[in-house]
Design a protein around this ligand. Sequence first.
Ligand SMILES: NC(=O)c1ccc[n+]([C@@H]2O[C@H](COP(=O)([O-])OP(=O)(O)OC[C@H]3O[C@@H](n4cnc5c(N)ncnc54)[C@H](OP(=O)(O)O)[C@@H]3O)[C@@H](O)[C@H]2O)c1
Length: 244
Amino acid sequence: MKAIVVTDQAAGTAGMTLVERPEPPAAINDVVVEVHASGFVPTEMAWPSTWTDRRDRDRTPSIPGHELAGVVTALGYGTTGLSVGQRVFGLADWYRDGTLAEYVAIEARNLAPLPGEVDFTVGASLPISGLTAWQGLFQLGHLQAGQSVLAHGAAGAVGTMVTQLAREFGAYVIGTGRAADRQKALDFGAQEFVDLDNDALEDVGGIDLVFDVIGGDIQKRSAGLIRAGGTLVPGRPRRGPPTA
Ligand SMILES: NC(=O)c1ccc[n+]([C@@H]2O[C@H](COP(=O)([O-])OP(=O)(O)OC[C@H]3O[C@@H](n4cnc5c(N)ncnc54)[C@H](OP(=O)(O)O)[C@@H]3O)[C@@H](O)[C@H]2O)c1
């Protein structure tokens, strides 16, 4: 099969090379998926899991990419819940060969059925941003219907998912971003929009849950908008030591 591999961390994305690789076999509980669409995060080049297995042994040349949508072509011994020919989407293991390939072997538990009306490209774009939004809103934030959500960066990859999921769940969503983001955020379901360059963020108050993907000063100012007992979910990886 054709696959994109990386062998040299220092080369970054410039080191990505298209090569021929053997098709992966389906191990116990695995599914082999013919990849129709795949998602790749450029920062994967800095993730230790791109270069090593779980025991920290070198696993290069490794295939990057973790989001995928495609069709099941084989089932490993013991695999249940999915069938050959089924449309699926999901998130491949950080420590195994990924989805920038024609086929990927992946544990069945990391896949879900892809409804027929959802494009493969849409399916492959959902897992990381969708799970980030889901975990922040429901697992960390314990969002309840009727609560208010301040969704920073509401026109972005995570923010559009936060906005849609929170709104679908019955929350009142206030999106933020730049002036040019207003219509997109409203189209994705935000009931109000705060232009962070021109509007006063402090005019918004009594927020139950702030979902922050911006950080820095915006995050600090947002903390003061949360009502007693509310939650601030930082959706942005922290770089360097904590500052507060
Ligand atoms: N994408 C994911 O699946 C994912 C998963 C986990 C964590 N994260 C983290 O979440 C953060 C956001 O990622 P993303 O993929 O959602 O990025 P994105 O698609 O670029 O969205 C961020 C949005 O916030 C806006 N924004 C940023 N700073 C702003 C500011 N100071 N004032 C007003 N608007 C501002 C951006 O506008 P401009 O483009 O105009 O700056 C953009 O519309 C990153 O730190 C990322 O590492 C992302």
